[in-house]
Design a protein around this ligand. Structure first.
Ligand code: GTP
Ligand code: MG
Length: 198
């Protein structure tokens, strides 16, 4: 799919103030610093449309980017960021949960995972929550450049094994690197397939 335009529309802390849910959208979620904002920039071929940082906790709001004047990519704040206050943690959690549950135009959510880590409780709990809510999602490994092919394969296997304990069917899985521009075409093709079948 060709991206001919990508423009920042609005940042929100209140999910009810997001753009009218008339255009379809795709959200990006995952632990702080996993690479959500970087992945959006990779997809739209822009260096810093979504703000990134080596310090976790950069994205603190719900950010809508309008793509091809037709659909949105949505950059969400990360979960599991240890050094924010408990009250902020709670309010981010409820902001994200409300957004995901109420957003009628959300086609699917990409749950980003760091393949360098063993399956983490916080990610598994989030995935379980998505399932409990009957929300569509797929899994995206980020920072693939940090591992060898074999290590990546092993990590993917471990995740698949862990998920097979609870799920009868695995979600789509993508492997990406914003650093090495990997996985972009696969993700865009998947997005396109959802836009055309919807
Ligand atoms: P929050 O907004 O804080 O939740 O983080 P985020 O998930 O949006 O992560 P962000 O895109 O800001 O990236 C975090 C750090 O990881 C930055 O220093 C990025 O340069 C780095 N990073 C992101 N993607 C990749 C990647 O594919 N490879 C490598 N090596 N580094 C990456
Ligand atoms: Mg971010």
């Amino acid at each position: 799919m060709i991206i001919h335009s990508a423009e920042f529309i609005v940042s929100n802390t209140d999910p009810s103030r997001c753009p009218e849910p008339v255009k379809r959208e795709f959200a990006f979620i995952g632990r702080s610093n996993v690479g959500k904002s970087s992945l959006i920039n990779l997809l739209v071929n822009r260096k810093s449309l979504a703000k990134t940082s080596s310090t976790p906790g950069k994205t603190q709001t719900i950010n809508h980017f309008l793509i091809n004047e037709d659909w949105y990519l949505v950059d969400l704040p990360g979960y599991g960021y240890a050094s924010i206050t408990r009250s902020k943690h709670r309010s981010w959690g409820s902001m994200i949960e409300t957004y995901l549950k109420k957003r009628t135009n959300l086609l699917t959510t990409f749950v980003l995972l760091d393949p360098r880590l063993e399956p983490q409780k916080i990610d598994l709990e989030f995935i379980q929550w998505m399932g409990d809510q009957r929300l569509s999602f797929s899994l995206v490994f980020t920072k693939a450049d940090k591992l060898s092919k074999n290590q990546l394969m092993a990590s993917r296997k471990k995740w698949e094994k862990t998920l097979e304990d609870t799920w009868s069917e695995l979600p789509p899985i993508f492997i990406t690197s914003a650093e090495e521009h990997k996985g972009k075409e696969e993700l865009l093709a998947y997005i396109k397939s959802l836009l055309t079948s919807d």
